[in-house]
Design a protein around this ligand. Structure first.
Ligand SMILES: Cc1cc2nc3c(=O)[nH]c(=O)nc-3n(C[C@H](O)[C@H](O)[C@H](O)COP(=O)(O)O)c2cc1C
Length: 448
């Protein structure tokens, strides 16, 4: 059997599409309806999906001009993902569960403890998505006026990560004797107190929970800059990334995998899994209709917000009128000039322009029949663009169930996806090794 794809589901509130919550097939209040999450997790597990994945931030992370504008946005409420994962772990057996926890707005002891607990609750099925966070809105919820600088965030992330791993190694795998006869609970030679003092953190340890089932939970990383790729190369089992086309995906894949050797790792030690929003239908036309139905539900207030972040404020102009002749001096000049030129060349209205820009939430978008979608996924996978995908579904539960019903069997038919879980833990199912304990050497003082 040849190499097979890894498949995750990137889950967010009511679905990836901005208008998901307005779709008649999307249950109102679904973002906080555990019965819906349970149904989706069990369906994904029946289809042998590797994991569900939750991006996260500790804030309402929307830039809106006013409370009125904000009130049209459906991206407001969501479960805190580690809490949701704990509940899902109790109603599933095999599927992996990966949650984001920021190194900028957490303490390492808390993160180490929570993910170790989750690894026990799920019997070895969790992962931690290490992010440095991007939103100013989180900063102001955590005693700061401003977000920390990019470089400070990454320095903090490197140290944070080392402390978490050091804490997970507080106990060797066989440290707990639990010797009823002799009365001794653990072997003191197998306890390792971290005693970390660094630039950002001072953490003694040990952690008050045994070494996680998987040694370390699966480490995911989502940050694509140079320091982001270096952090990934040193630490990550799995990289989540946004790539717009195959050529970009190939370049990113080569760049991040090319950094592994410097850390004594092989290219197989890390999986690169871009996000892709997948809209599938029985035919290409049916899929395009589904997307058009969602696009028609984008409220002009939301559309104008997209334009403001891309080309500038167009709210004074009629939404079904032509895109006005602006200078192209929007927030990101290279993008706004190109976008306005395209709008004028194609004679787009304002509504048509924001609809175009709304696709995929910054990720690649594939729309079509199962054949069309799998052709594209196969080209990326075999063409050195990825090891699999974080599939993003337009709305829940139908958008998810359509992918499981149509896309997964087509991948299996072509031998590109498995028909059974290979192991019990997430590491086993992703083909990743269980890391050995770093006996006696504080993780934070080791080079590389
Ligand atoms: C695909 C992807 C997913 C991300 N997911 C999150 C997330 O869930 N929460 C978050 O706070 N930041 C997230 N980030 C932001 C990163 O943590 C990082 O702060 C940001 O990308 C800037 O770093 P970079 O320049 O290295 O990309 C994500 C970034 C990427 C590229």
């Amino acid at each position: 059997m040849g190499r097979q794809m890894k498949l995750g589901l990137s889950m967010v509130q009511n679905g990836t599409h901005l208008a998901a919550w307005r779709h008649p097939g999307s249950p109102l209040g679904g973002a906080l309806d555990f019965k819906l999450w349970k149904r989706m997790a069990q369906a994904a597990e029946a289809a042998k999906i590797h994991f569900m994945f939750w991006a996260d931030g500790a804030a309402v992370r929307i830039n809106a001009k006013s409370d009125d504008d904000l009130s049209y946005n459906g991206r407001i409420e969501q479960f805190e993902p580690t809490t949701l994962m704990a509940a899902i772990s109790a109603v599933t057996e095999r599927i992996g569960l990966i949650a984001t926890a920021s190194t900028t707005y957490n303490e390492p002891y808390t993160v180490a403890r929570k993910f170790a607990s989750l690894d026990y609750l799920s019997e070895g099925r969790v992962g931690w998505n290490v992010v440095t966070s991007w939103s100013e809105q989180e900063a102001v919820n955590f005693n700061r006026d401003k977000h920390l600088d990019h470089s400070v965030r990454y320095r903090r992330a490197e140290e944070f990560f080392d402390v978490v791993l050091g804490l997970w190694d507080s106990w060797e795998d066989d440290a707990f004797l639990r010797d009823r006869e002799g009365g001794r609970y653990f072997d003191p030679a197998k306890m390792h107190v971290l005693a970390h003092k660094g630039e950002h953190f001072s953490v003694r340890g040990p952690l008050n929970i045994a070494r996680p089932v998987q040694g370390y939970p699966v480490i995911a990383q989502a940050g694509s800059s140079e320091p982001g790729q270096d952090l990934a190369a040193r630490t990550a089992d799995l990289v989540y990334t946004a790539q717009q086309n195959l050529a970009e995906a190939q370049a990113f894949y080569a760049s991040v995998k090319g950094r592994l050797a410097a850390y004594g790792r092989s290219p197989d030690d890390m999986l690169v899994m871009p996000g892709a929003m997948i809209v599938v239908g029985e035919t290409d036309e049916a899929a395009r209709d589904k997307l058009a139905e969602l696009e028609a539900l984008i409220h002009p207030k939301i559309g104008m917000g997209i334009l403001e972040r891309t080309v500038g404020d167009l709210s004074a102009y009629p939404v079904d009128g032509p895109v006005p002749d602006l200078t192209g001096d929007g927030p990101v000049k290279s993008i706004s000039g190109k976008t306005l030129r395209l709008a004028r060349e194609q004679g787009l209205t304002i509504r048509q322009l924001y609809t175009r820009l709304s696709g995929g939430s910054g990720h690649y978008q594939i729309v079509g029949s199962a054949k069309t979608i799998v052709d594209e996924m196969e080209a990326w996978f075999l063409g050195g663009g990825c090891d699999g995908f974080n599939m993003m579904l337009p709305y829940y539960p139908d958008g998810l169930e359509d992918v499981l019903r149509l896309v997964v069997p087509e991948l299996q038919r072509r031998g590109l996806f498995r028909t059974e879980y290979e192991g019990r833990t997430l590491r086993e199912n992703l083909g990743l090794r269980r890391p050995a304990h770093h006996t006696g050497v504080p993780r934070s003082t080791r080079a590389g």
